[in-house]
Design a protein around this ligand. Structure first.
Ligand code: G3H
Ligand code: 13P
Ligand code: ZN
Length: 332
């Protein structure tokens, strides 16, 4: 059993309380490799932002849990070396079972998500409560989910959105004891969040998505005053990177994300954790494709992974400062 406390990590409790009060959201950036991790930490240290390092089950299989834990330990020291001891959480994204969550808790994660959102309500309550009972013994915080996002969450795919039902949230939170709740108000996973027929097009032919259901979010806030809410599927799908990918041999079509203004609005509410994965993939892929195309003789990975890391860092800094509002809150 490895405790996250021995790795210099923190759980989400204080972080979320401050974010809800302060009207900003903590970035939860997914990562799979060293360059992504370095970019996240560099951006968050430079903007003095707390951060959640998020590991999907796919990332765990890809990178190995022992390596991930030691990378997290390493970046705690790296942040210190860069000059700011920002609070860092290591979080399991979309845990699918009690066993997966337990394994992460036993291996130094400070926060886990148990995603029972595709189960019948009572089964979701049951598995979530079981994870909470185990996690809280070690002061690990737990995120649950009600409502289903369209798109792919690890291997679970849903064609359609099932919005969170505000009438269920109080019962779910009190029966399970979760520390935060992921909700479904119209975001979805991936780089194609909406079908073209759900969107309108602006004068430049860019797809404009339907607005998020802030009415549902408000109802949830009334039912659970001050309770930490989580927004998944919150990539903005920057069109500059979609364009870069397509100009250099890629084939992305009808890629559309959540407009930054809507994420900014959400961050000012009880939404205190915003999950972003796809945007990191786009920035990295766009940059690497551009370099391969423009400099075909390059074969040193540092020559393309380094610039990809710089692009990621710049994008995360922008999000912390202009979208989530987490910049400057590391030492609150
Ligand atoms: O929940 C969504 C994640 O972006 C999925 O990431 O492809 O590593 O499973 P993955
Ligand atoms: P995106 O696909 O919008 O980046 O969402 C990521 C996410 O919700 C991870 O849990
Ligand atoms: Zn998600």
């Amino acid at each position: 059993m490895v405790s996250y406390k021995d790795l210099g990590l923190v759980n989400t409790r204080d972080m979320f309380a401050k974010a809800v009060k302060g009207g900003y959201a903590i970035p939860a950036y997914n990562f799979n490799n060293m360059e992504q991790m370095q970019a996240i930490i560099q951006a968050c240290v430079e903007t003095k932002s707390p951060v959640i390092l998020q590991v999907s089950r796919g990332a765990r299989d890809y990178a190995n849990i022992n390596i991930l834990r030691n990378m997290a330990r390493g970046v705690v020291e790296y942040a210190h070396e860069l000059g700011c001891d920002i609070p860092i959480v290591l979080h399991l994204d979309h845990g699918d079972s009690f066993e997966t969550c337990k394994d992460c808790i036993d291996n130094g994660f400070s926060s886990v998500m148990i995603d029972g959102s595709s189960l019948p309500y009572e089964k979701n309550v049951e598995v979530t409560r079981k994870v909470v009972e185990y996690a809280h013994q070690f002061d690990v915080t737990v995120e649950g989910e009600l409502g289903v996002l369209a798109g792919i969450e690890d291997e679970v795919a849903s064609e359609v959105t099932h919005y969170t039902r505000p009438e269920e949230v109080e019962d779910f939170v009190s029966k399970t004891g979760v520390d935060s709740l992921a909700i479904s108000i119209g975001t979805s996973h991936g780089a194609n969040k909406f079908k073209p027929e759900q969107c309108t097009r602006n004068a430049d032919g860019i797809l404009i998505p339907p607005p998020l259901r802030f009415d549902i979010l408000k109802e949830i806030e009334v039912k659970l005053p001050g309770f930490p809410i989580v927004l998944h599927g919150s990539s903005s799908v920057p069109q500059e990177y979609v364009k870069m990918i397509n100009e250099h041999g890629g084939k992305l079509k009808d890629s559309v994300g959540i407009p930054e203004e809507q994420l900014r609005e959400a961050a000012k509410s009880a939404v205190c954790k915003i999950n972003i994965d796809s945007d990191g993939r786009l920035a990295m892929t766009g940059t690497i494709r551009r370099i391969f195309d423009e400099q075909p003789s390059v074969f040193d990975p540092r020559k393309y992974l380094g610039p990809a890391r710089d692009a990621l860092k710049e994008m995360y800094m922008h999000k912390n400062i202009d979208v989530l509002g987490s910049a400057g809150h590391a030492l609150d």
